[in-house]
Design a protein. Sequence first.
Length: 355
Amino acid sequence: MTAPAMIELRSDTFTLPTAEMRQAMVTAPLGDDVYGEDPTVNLLEEHAADLLGKDEGCLMPSGTMANLTAILSWTPRGGRVLVGDRTDVYCFEAGGASVLGGAVYNPLPNQPDGLIRLADLEREFVDDDTQIAPVSLICLEDTQCQCGGAVLPFDHLEAVRDLAAAHGVPVHLDGARIFNAAVAMRRPVAEIAGYADTVQFCLSKGLCAPIGSIVVGPRDAMRRVRRLRKMLGGGMRQAGVIAAAGLVALTEMVDRLADDHATAARLAAGLAALPGLEVQAPATNIVMFEVVDERFDQASFVAAVREAGVAVLALGPERIRAVTHAGIRDEDVDRAIEAFGSVLAGVRPVGSGAR
C-alpha cells in the first residue's frame, strides 16, 4: 500500500502552478525583457500596477529582491529604515539593505497584532544630529507573517502614512500576502496599497505561481528599482514564461484565498481542542501555536509530527507555524489534526530533543 502523501503546512510557497498556468507558460508571447520588449511581462506589470493603483510595476525573481530594490530605491547609504522586529525584511532577508546598500535597519517592536506603535515610530525622528543616522524610510508588512498572518487595519496604515508624510519620508509595504489581507478585509487591494509609496507582493505564495514577485510604485521610484534589479542580477530575458503564470495568478487565484482562510480556521479549531497545544486564532491562512506538553520541546514535536505525515515549521525557540494553501483541503486538515492528536496521545519523543 502506498503511504499517504505528506501534508505540507510549512509554507504557502509549496503551492504548485495550476494546469492553466502551465498552459499559459507554454503559449506566452515572448521577447527580451531587459530591453522592455517581452509583451507578457509588460502586460503583467501593467495589470499589477493598475490593480494596486500605482504608476508602474516591475517583475522580480523573488520577494527578497523585490523588497531590497524598493528599500534601496528610497534609502541612501547611511540612511535608517524603521522596520518591525518580527518582519520578514528584518528577520529573513539576510540583511541585504545593510550589506549591499549601506542602509541601517532600525528594528522596533511588533505588537502581538502585528502593529508597530506610533509612539515607537515617532520617537525615532530626532532633531538633526550628525551623530545619528537619519530616518529615510518606514517599512511595514501586511499580512504580518510572524504575528499569525495578522492584517494591519486601515486606521493604522493611515496613521503611519500621515506620520511618514509629516517627516518627509516614504513608506514601503512588504505585501508578500497583501491579497490575503484584501480578501480578509473584503476590500480592494488598491485601498491597502494606497497607504504606501511602494509595495511588493508575491505571486509564488498563495497565488500559486511557480516564481516571481512584483514591485509597484511611482515612476521615479520604479526607474531606480529597475536599475537596482539589473545591478543585482535580476534582469531577465524571455521572462514571459514566468509572467504568464503570474497573470493567471492575479486573474484567477485571488478570490480563492478565502478558502485558505477557512481551512486555517478549521485547523486552528482542531488543534485548540487538543491537550498540550496553545493556538493563536488565525487572521488569514497562518496558524501559530506553541507546544506546552512537557514531554516535548519544539524540535522533537516537529519531528514527531513529520513522522506522522505532517510538515510544519519551527519559528524561533517556541512557536510553530502551519500555513494553509491551495494544496490543502478539508480532508487534509482533518488528517493533520488526527496526526497531531496521535502524537500528543501516545508518542514519547526520543533522542536529545526530549526533556
